[in-house]
Ligand binder design. Structure first.
Ligand SMILES: Nc1ncnc2c1ncn2[C@@H]1O[C@H](COP(=O)(O)OP(=O)(O)OP(=O)(O)O)[C@@H](O)[C@H]1O
Ligand SMILES: [Mg+2]
Length: 354
């Protein structure tokens, strides 16, 4: 793992997305002005993603970042901003899921004095504060229809109205949005406007889940153990090869954020200079058996999948075979036969209620 700082040249593996201090604008709580962050990776899939970031950054195209929770969507948005011509202007982020509609509107577009009860003074909204820079709408799938319409108008016209304001205000921002929802499906379901969807997704960038880029895990662990909130505790902590294997094997459903949390715990709790298997949290050592697969997985046969599914159903119904068979849509006789086949019959004969 190398540690080249931004601005980048060449294929550095650690990318500092900032390096500059941006003006802090005293605004609402949901605002985050971008700070010094790094993107660490080794995998080919992330290499490709970062090449994509390099390609799309110089343009003003809207970007939609798709990915599971904790996969680095916001980090990618920040990187796009920092590599764009707008990098000397603000990167302003707002979480669309965190505020109810009326509050979100006044956070985003600001309000005039007296626009509503409690509007004692004029307030500049985040879109205006981002003028010249990048506006990052996180969790865009959470937007209500009313706000969707207002954002669409803003994107089409390039101007906003403060709440209670009569005059349009020209605002030039590049929009990056992110979601972990299936927006295409929401468009089909009618919960997300199709015209807005096409406005925000000129370029789509997907941040892959950590389980699909396990090559990144050792580099990320190294990085999180030496940086982060508890770096003052840094004792040159290393990870034993056995413990590293367990960490790589784990599927990380919470992705990089989960790995980051585990590393923080290790920084605080592990004794000695090397993390051993015994130092690892229980859920990492003995993960819930994986059942659902989001892609074809050559290591799982249909037989194995069926076995796991039936056993899960039985444990869900606390060993009640009649209920499990009913829910699975098979006869009780079929269920008995399957359990015999799997060599699990005796176990469930003991626990069963029927
Ligand atoms: N490749 C990476 N290298 C270093 N740190 C990373 C990397 N990817 C993500 N992180 C860190 O992991 C945490 C989660 O990333 P981020 O907030 O960007 O994810 P997200 O996809 O926006 O998550 P959510 O869906 O929960 O909002 C952050 O602290 C971020 O700095
Ligand atoms: Mg996020």
């Amino acid at each position: 793992m190398t540690s080249t700082k931004f601005p980048l040249g060449g294929p550095s593996k650690v990318i500092n997305t900032s390096g500059k201090s941006l003006p802090r604008i005293p605004l609402g709580q949901s605002q985050q002005v971008f700070s010094n962050k790094e993107i660490v990776y080794e995998s080919e899939i992330m290499n490709k993603l970062m090449a994509m970031v390099d390609r799309v950054s110089p343009s003003n195209a809207t970007v939609l970042v798709l990915g599971e929770s904790g996969t680095g969507k916001e980090l990618v948005a920040q990187a796009i901003h920092e590599k764009s011509k707008r990098s000397h202007k603000p990167f302003v982020a707002i979480n669309c899921g965190a505020l109810r509609e009326t509050l979100l509107e006044s956070e985003l577009f600001g309000h005039e004095k007296g626009a509503f009860t409690g509007a004692y003074a004029q307030k500049i909204g985040l879109a205006e504060a981002a003028n010249g820079g990048t506006l990052f709408l996180d969790e865009i799938g959470e937007l209500t229809p009313g706000i969707q319409a207002k954002i669409l108008r803003f994107l089409q016209e390039g101007e906003i109205y403060r709440v209670g304001g009569k005059e349009p205000i020209k605002v030039d921002v590049r929009l990056i949005s992110a979601t972990n929802r299936d927006l295409e499906k929401e468009v089909l379901d009618g919960t997300f406007r199709e015209d807005l969807y096409y406005r925000i997704n000129t370029i789509v960038v997907s941040t892959p889940p950590l389980r699909k880029r396990k090559e990144d895990i050792p580099a990320l662990i190294d990085y999180f153990l030496t940086t982060g909130a508890h770096r003052y505790l840094n004792r040159g902590l290393k990870v034993s090869p056995e413990a590293l294997q367990v960490l790589v094997n784990y599927d990380w459903p919470g992705n990089i954020r989960e790995l980051q949390n585990v590393c923080e715990r290790l920084q605080i709790l592990s004794e000695g200079e090397t993390v051993q298997i015994t130092d690892l949290p229980e859920f990492v050592k003995t993960p819930e058996e994986k059942l659902f697969i989001d892609d074809y997985d050559p290591s799982i046969t249909l037989h194995e999948l069926e076995r796991k599914y039936i056993l899960k159903a039985l444990s869900h119904f606390e060993g009640n075979k009649t209920q499990a068979a009913q829910a699975l849509g098979v006869t009780i006789k079929t269920l008995y036969n399957k359990l015999h086949q799997y060599g699990e019959f005796d176990k469930f004969a003991i626990h069963s209620k029927t």
